[in-house]
Design a protein around this ligand. Structure first.
Ligand code: SAM
Length: 187
């Protein structure tokens, strides 16, 4: 998607939440936490114009699948044009419905969920629902990876992750606009 169209999406929809896609450095930093030799199914919440998806497609095994859940219709259209691949499943839907969207058509339960959706904008109940369902759909030892704005408060995501996941770590990546807070939660 062009920079102008990306900014238009941001101005029309507060949940786009960022004026520019994640930097290549940020993408690599988050994806370093994925064991690509083992991952069969990777789910992305809020793929935007597909900056993570493009990287993931280069790294995954030939038999692995990617599920994209994107609520913004313009971003969704952009994704359907960019990723015409039978191993990429694209839904114009909300992460709140992940339990219904991730189903038997896939080669297994998701090993990884990568999330860029802005948890600070989401109300308490919906956050709780998304994290509970994410935990439920993940395979044993599966990982939930989230990248958020660096100033995010613990109550917006960290405490919810702590409630469901076995281990939860968070770190900062300053080489992104804006800098990111990255979470790694293991089932
Ligand atoms: C900060 S952008 C991240 C875009 C892209 N992944 C990147 O790294 O550049 C957040 C994305 O999440 C999408 N989004 C926000 N809330 C969502 C929800 N509840 N379910 C699915 N997508 C959502 C927005 O439309 C937007 O594309």
């Amino acid at each position: 998607m062009s920079t102008v169209n990306y900014v238009k999406c941001f101005l029309r929809d507060k949940d786009v939440a960022s004026i520019t896609p994640t930097s290549p450095f940020g993408v690599k930093r988050v994806c370093k936490k994925i064991d690509f030799t083992r991952a069969n199914v990777i789910v992305e919440y809020g793929p935007g114009d597909g900056v993570f998806t493009e990287y993931l497609l280069k790294k995954i095994r030939p038999s692995a699948h990617i599920v994209l859940i994107e609520r913004n219709q313009d971003m969704f259209k952009c994704l359907t044009k960019a990723f015409r691949n039978e191993r990429v499943h694209i839904f114009n839907d909300s992460a709140e419905n992940v339990g219904a969207l991730v189903n038997g058509q896939l080669p297994g339960k998701p090993d990884i969920i990568i999330s860029g959706i802005p948890f600070s904008n989401i109300d308490h109940q919906a956050r709780q629902d998304i994290i509970r369902q994410s935990h439920q759909v993940l395979a044993e030892n599966g990982k939930f990876l989230a990248y958020q704005t660096f100033y995010q408060k613990d109550e917006h995501l960290f405490v919810h992750l702590k409630q469901y996941f076995r281990t939860v770590k968070s770190e900062f990546e300053l080489l992104n606009i804006p800098p990111m807070r990255i979470y790694e939660a293991v089932k």
